[in-house]
Design a protein. Structure first.
Length: 681
C-alpha cells in the first residue's frame, strides 16, 4: 500500500478520530480521578496505575480502529466490509460529536477542580490568618523591678500554653521578646511584621502574696479590643490563671481545643514558685547564650540554676528538659565534649520523660540528645515527630528537623522545614541564618540575599553579622572587590570568632598578596579562627598557608608542625571526629607526610560518609581532594572535585578559581571545566 492510500485509509477508518476521542476520554478520566481519588483517600499508586493503563490502551485502540469497523450488522473486520455499504463516514460524525461532548465535560471538571482548589486555599489562608496570635511581653508594674522575670514568666507561660494548640498559629518567644523595651507599640505594625491577626498585651503587678494580671486581646487589623480582663489572685494561683487566660483566648478566637490540648494547658509545671523563678532565669540564659561572649560560662550558669530549681522540686519536668538542652549544647559545640557531659544530657532528658511522658519539650530534649550527642538521626526524627504533635508551634522543632534533613541530604525538605520555623519565629536571627546557610550550601545565592534582607529588617542589631555573610558570599561568587568593600563597611573591631579576619586573609591570598594576609593575621590576637566547615582552626594553620604562598619552606614547615600538635590534642578528646581528622590529614600533606595524609583523609571519609552526613561528608571529601592535590595525585583530586561540583556543600567557584591551595591542579583542563561549571549564573 502506497503512503497516499495508507493515510487515506487511516482517515476513512476513523483512526484519527479514534485517537482524538481516546485522548479526550483519557483526559476526562484523569480529571475525574483527580477529584474522586483524594475524596476516598485512595493511595497514590492508584493514580499511577490508571495513567499507565491509559497509556498502554492508546496503541491498542488505534490498532482496533484500523482492524475493525462498525456496520449495521455489528463490528466486523475492516477487510471484509463492502466499501459501497460502509457507514464509516456516519460513524466518524458520531465520534466527533461524542468528542465535543466529552471535551466539554472534561473542561467543566477541570474548571471545577481549579476553582475549588483555589477557593480551598483561600479559605485555608484566611482561616490561618484569623487564627494567629503574638503574645507580646507583659509590662512589669511591680515596685520591685526584680519581678521583671516573673512578668516575663507569666507572658511566656501563656504563650507556651497557646502554642500547644494545633489549630492556632502562635509566634515564638524569640521574635516577640524584641518588642519588650519598645517605648511605643504600634500593634498593627507589629502584627504585620509577625504575620498575625491578633495581639495579646498585658501587665503584671506582684505584691506580697498576690498578683494582678491585666490582659487584652486586640484585633490588629482594626485595632479593636476583642477581649480584656483583670485577674486579682493569690500568687499560688498564678499557673491556673495563666491556663485560664490561654483557654479564654482560644474561645475568643473560636479555636478547636482537643481534650489532650486542654489537659496539657491545665498541667501545672511546678508547685514551687521560687523554683519557677530560677527556671525562668536559666531558660533565658540558654535562649540567649549565642549572643554572649562566653558561651561555656553562660551555659554552665544555666545548669547551676536548673540544678537549684530541681533541688527545690524534684518533679519539675521542664527544668530537666532545659538542663538536658544545656548539657547537650556544651557537648555539641565542643565546650565540654566529654562522655560525662553527654551522660548528664541523657540522664536529664530521660528523667523528664519519666516524669512527663507526653511533654513535648521532653521529646524535643531527647531528640537533641540523639542528634547532637549520638548523631542518631532516625531516633531524633521519631522524637521530633512526637514533639510536633504536642507543641505544634515550637519553631525549634522545625528548625532541628531541617538540620537533620540537611544531614541526610534531603535538601528541599530542609528548606521547607526551616521556612516553617521562620514563619513561627520570623524575627529569630538564628533561624534566618540557618535558612541562609541552606541556600548557601545549595549555591542559591539570590535566595540567600533575600533571607539576608529579611534578617536585617527583622533584627537590625544583626546587621553587621549578615553584612559579613554577604561579603563571604561575594567571595564565593569570585567577586573579590565587592567582598573586600563589604568587609570594609563593617564596624571596627567586629570579628566574631575571627570570621572577619579569616575571610580577609582568604581575600588577600586569592589576590596573590600574601604580605597583606600576614599583616591581617598579625593584627589579630586570637589563637583560633573560624575556617573551613565553620570549625575553629589554630592560628598556625593560617600562618602555614601564608608562608606557603610566600614560598618560605622553613616557616611553612614550622607553622604546619605547630598546627599538627594542636590538632592532635583536639583529636585526643574527639578521636572519631572526621572533620578534625581530615584537617590533620591536610596538615600532614603540607608537611609532605604523604602516607599519613592519605590514610587520615580516607579514614575521615569513612567516619563521616556523605551517605550518613551530607554536611560534614562533603567537607571531608573536599579536604581529601585537597590532600590528593598537595601530594600530587591529580587524577584522584579531579575525580573528587567533579563529584563535589554537583553536590551541595562542595567547594565554591571563588575558592576553586582563586585559592592558591589548588594551584597544583589549576593547569588541568578537567579542573578548568569544573570551575566553569560552578560559575554563578
Amino acid at each position: 500500500m502506497d503512503p497516499k492510500t495508507f493515510f487515506g485509509e487511516l482517515k476513512r477508518r476513523n483512526v484519527y478520530r479514534v485517537a482524538v476521542a481516546y485522548a479526550v476520554v483519557a483526559w476526562l478520566l484523569i480529571q475525574a480521578a483527580s477529584i474522586l481519588f483524594p475524596t476516598f483517600e485512595a493511595p497514590m499508586w492508584m493514580m499511577k496505575v490508571l495513567v499507565a493503563l491509559i497509556a498502554l490502551g492508546f496503541p491498542i485502540a488505534l490498532i482496533l480502529s484500523w482492524a475493525f469497523e462498525i456496520t449495521p450488522e455489528g463490528i466486523v473486520r475492516a477487510e471484509d466490509v463492502d466499501l459501497s455499504k460502509s457507514i464509516a463516514r456516519k460513524t466518524g460524525r458520531k465520534i466527533t460529536a461524542g468528542v465535543v461532548v466529552i471535551a466539554m465535560i472534561a473542561l467543566g471538571l477541570m474548571v471545577f477542580r481549579f476553582v475549588g482548589k483555589n477557593t480551598a486555599l483561600e479559605q485555608r489562608a484566611t482561616s490561618i490568618l484569623l487564627k494567629s496570635i503574638a503574645v507580646l511581653p507583659f509590662e512589669n508594674l511591680s515596685a520591685n523591678q526584680e519581678n521583671a522575670f516573673f512578668a516575663d514568666g507569666v507572658q511566656n507561660e501563656i504563650l507556651t500554653d497557646l502554642a500547644k494548640i494545633a489549630d492556632l498559629k502562635v509566634i515564638s518567644r524569640t521574635s516577640v521578646m524584641q518588642y519588650k523595651n519598645a517605648t511605643a507599640r504600634n500593634v498593627r505594625e507589629i502584627a504585620q511584621q509577625l504575620g498575625v491577626a491578633y495581639v495579646l498585651e498585658g501587665t503584671v503587678q506582684r505584691a506580697a502574696n498576690r498578683v494582678r494580671v491585666t490582659a487584652q486581646l486586640i484585633d490588629a487589623r482594626t485595632d479593636a479590643h476583642r477581649w480584656a480582663q483583670q485577674y486579682d489572685r493569690p500568687i499560688d494561683d498564678v499557673f491556673a490563671m495563666q491556663s485560664e487566660i490561654a483557654k479564654t483566648i482560644a474561645d475568643q478566637l473560636q479555636v478547636r481545643l482537643s481534650p489532650n490540648e486542654k489537659a496539657a494547658i491545665d498541667v501545672r509545671p511546678t508547685r514551687d514558685l521560687e523554683a519557677f523563678d530560677i527556671y525562668l532565669q536559666a531558660k533565658e540564659l540558654i535562649n540567649t547564650f549565642h549572643d554572649t561572649p562566653d558561651w561555656k560560662e553562660t551555659l554552665l550558669k544555666a545548669v547551676r540554676l536548673l540544678d537549684e530549681a530541681i533541688s527545690r522540686d524534684g518533679n519539675f519536668a521542664l527544668a530537666y528538659c532545659w538542663a538536658a538542652q544545656a548539657h547537650t549544647a556544651l557537648y555539641w559545640f565542643g565546650l565540654d565534649h566529654t562522655p560525662a557531659r553527654l551522660a548528664q544530657a541523657k540522664a536529664n532528658a530521660q528523667k523528664a520523660l519519666v516524669l512527663a511522658p507526653d511533654l513535648g519539650e521532653a521529646h524535643l530534649a531527647q531528640a537533641l540528645v540523639y542528634y547532637h550527642g549520638n548523631r542518631d538521626y532516625v531516633r531524633a526524627r521519631e522524637e521530633l515527630a512526637i514533639a510536633r504533635r504536642t507543641i505544634p508551634n515550637n519553631a525549634e522543632v522545625y528548625s532541628i528537623t531541617s538540620w537533620i534533613d540537611g544531614r541526610q541530604g534531603q535538601w528541599e525538605e530542609a528548606v521547607k522545614n526551616q521556612e516553617k520555623a521562620a514563619e513561627l519565629d520570623p524575627r529569630n536571627s538564628k533561624i534566618l541564618n540557618a535558612l541562609a546557610v541552606l541556600y548557601d550550601v545549595l549555591r542559591r545565592y539570590d535566595q540567600e540575599e533575600v533571607v539576608f534582607d529579611r534578617a536585617i529588617a527583622a533584627n537590625p542589631s544583626s546587621t553587621a553579622y549578615f553584612q559579613m555573610m554577604r561579603a563571604e558570599i561575594e567571595l564565593e561568587k569570585g567577586n573579590i572587590k565587592t567582598a573586600r568593600s563589604g568587609l570594609d563597611s563593617l564596624p571596627a573591631g567586629y570579628d566574631p570568632d575571627g570570621a572577619v579576619t579569616s575571610t580577609r586573609i582568604n581575600l588577600a591570598l586569592y589576590a596573590r598578596d600574601p604580605a597583606a594576609a600576614a599583616k591581617i593575621l598579625a593584627a589579630s590576637k586570637l589563637e583560633e579562627l573560624v575556617g573551613g566547615a565553620g570549625s575553629l582552626l589554630p592560628r598556625n594553620w593560617f600562618e602555614a598557608l601564608i608562608a606557603r604562598a610566600q614560598g618560605d619552606a622553613q616557616k611553612t614547615r614550622e607553622a604546619f608542625s605547630a598546627a599538627r600538635l594542636k590538632m592532635e590534642a583536639k583529636l585526643h578528646d574527639q578521636p572519631d571526629d572526621g572533620v578534625l581528622l581530615a584537617m590533620l590529614g591536610l596538615i600532614d600533606a603540607g608537611l609532605s607526610r604523604k602516607q599519613e595524609a592519605l590514610a587520615e583523609g580516607l579514614r575521615a571519609v569513612e567516619l563521616r560518609p556523605i551517605s550518613n552526613d551530607a554536611v560534614d561528608g562533603a567537607a571531608v571529601i573536599a579536604n581529601l581532594a585537597m590532600i590528593y592535590t598537595w601530594v600530587g595525585d591529580i587524577d584522584s583530586a579531579i575525580e573528587r572535585l567533579a563529584f563535589l561540583a554537583k553536590t551541595p556543600g562542595g567547594p565554591d567557584y571563588g575558592q576553586l578559581k582563586f585559592d592558591p591551595v589548588w594551584d597544583a591542579v589549576r593547569g588541568d583542563v578537567r579542573f578548568t571545566k569544573i570551575v566553569a561549571s560552578l560559575a554563578p549564573k
